[in-house]
Ligand binder design. Structure first.
Ligand code: NAP
Length: 259
């Protein structure tokens, strides 16, 4: 049955791939990000290609109160949200002491606080209806500390833990919650970290295509799985911290991230 999906960070990369994938079966889409022109262009294409309704909401989700504001805007447009895709996020690469405190705060607000605010905004109604889904985009970076991307890894550890808790709390109540934990995905994410060398540090064959990642995420949500890690080598990366001492993992991670 076609539903309404709200996708944050739909103007680029994985979010745009979610929009394309969810448009195919005829869902109504609500696309959210700051870049209004990019969202409008994508909405126009999806309406033309699939004959679906697509709403665009330009919003900065790093601002406190983004959840209630977005919920009010959605209600004002006479829509409800059946599937929430909390995808907007960014990382910053480099030594912690060289990071701008304001940029760190922006990252925590977007990667963590907005995810919580949007869950507060839309989950209660899903539970009342006994139907719905939340897909939170975490990362393999959430499974162990990530020195040289210290704040980013910590935000994704939050998203992973939070999503698993929501999965358990909503289980059997008609609402599915899944944390998507990708490894490297070929998107402008790397350039946004401020370290153009980061993309080159990705081992050959590990970079995944956003459409493939999204297909696995939607299948996992459908199957009611709490966590999905696309790609065999990424799965291995997330198993290592369960087998090795955390100190070793932290130092290994520092060696990889500090390259
Ligand atoms: N690519 C990877 O290797 C990788 C791996 C693991 C996890 N992830 C996660 O995947 C998610 C999507 O990233 P991506 O790879 O698709 O990167 P991307 O292409 O840079 O997309 C990031 C999206 O977030 C939006 N965004 C950024 N700041 C925002 C703000 N303040 N308010 C609202 N929207 C904002 C951007 O749109 P505007 O600039 O228009 O606002 C854009 O649509 C992120 O959560 C990222 O951490 C990525």
């Amino acid at each position: 049955m076609a539903q309404t999906a709200l996708i944050t960070g739909a103007s680029s990369g994985i979010g745009e791939a979610f929009a394309r994938a969810l448009a195919k079966p005829g869902n109504t889409l609500i696309l959210v990000a700051r870049s209004k022109a990019k969202l409008e262009a994508l909405a126009k294409k999806l309406r033309a290609d699939h004959g679906i309704a697509v709403e665009v909401i330009a919003a900065d989700l790093s601002q406190a109160g983004c959840g209630p504001r977005l919920a009010a805007e959605v209600a004002q447009r006479g829509l409800r949200v059946d599937l929430l895709v909390n995808n907007a996020g960014f990382g910053s690469a480099g030594a912690f002491v060289k990071e701008e405190p304001a940029r760190d705060a922006e990252m925590i607000n977007l990667n963590v606080s907005a995810v919580v605010e949007l869950a507060h905004a839309f989950l209660p109604a899903m539970l009342e209806r006994g139907q719905g889904g939340i897909l939170n985009v975490a990362s393999v970076a959430g499974f162990q500390p990530t020195p040289h991307m210290a704040i980013y890894g910590a935000t994704k550890a939050f998203v992973l833990s939070f999503s698993e808790s929501l999965w358990a709390e909503t289980r059997g109540r008609g609402v599915k919650v899944t944390a998507l934990c990708p490894g490297p995905v070929d998107t402008p994410f790397f350039e946004a970290t401020g370290n153009p060398e980061l993309r080159k540090a990705v081992p050959k064959g590990m970079m995944m295509d956003a459409d493939r990642v999204v297909a696995q995420a939607l299948a996992a949500l459908e199957a009611g799985r709490p966590v999905v890690v696309p790609g065999a080598s990424n799965k291995l990366v997330t198993w290592a911290p369960r087998l090795l001492p955390r100190r070793w993992m932290t130092l290994a991670s520092a060696a990889v991230m500090g390259r």
